[in-house]
Design a protein around this ligand. Sequence first.
Ligand code: DC
Length: 226
Amino acid sequence: MSQRIPPVITIDGPAGSGKGTISQRVAKELGWNMLDSGALYRLVALAAQKKGVDFDADDSLAQIAEELDVSFKPCVGGGVSIELEGDDVSLAIRSEDCGCAASKVAAVKPVRGALLERQRKFLGLPGLVADGRDMGTVVFPDAKVKIFLTAGAEIRAERRLKQLKDQGINANLRGLIDDIEARDSRDMNRKDAPLVPADDAIIIDTGKSTIDEVVLKVMNAVKSAY
Ligand code: DC
């Protein structure tokens, strides 16, 4: 008896390109599962910080990634709560510092290797929307729909500034642009699984379209593929 392979859509792009928002909207419209792969790298970074492990200690970082005790629990009314060793870290992993630390541990090859199968295990019926940097190039290279979102660093930093302001946190635009550019450079220039569009990816500039327009483009691509 042949088993149906669940469909997968990959949504990759740099920090602040809108991957999270678009992935969640598309997953909701389709009723599919979601993989927030960046959260896994953020969790490795947080776990390493808690254990006092340096970001250049490759073997210890890989062991942390391998043994990561994490659960994603759907919340009543939407959203997901993320627990690390039983503690709710949903907010802690979203800080700028944690994003920057995640980008550092993500450049460690054995960490990426340790997380590969864990990410593939998210694939299940009725389908998966996978959000990250290397979803279409490395983790799900056979995906029928691959999206790559882009936007200028300044636009992405402005979005982040607004998010922080909404949370009552003060930040400075120039500093956020510098952080985003440093993260882009690390994510794009690392040796293993760098941030690049897959050859067959549809590239969408989210700085030039509304969220609704981007969701519509993605949904149209999904409808033509399935
Ligand atoms: O998407 P995010 O901002 O939560 O990701 C945090 C960091 O994790 C990002 O700067 C690079 C790394 N990452 C990665 O290398 N590969 C992925 N598939 C997802 C994230």
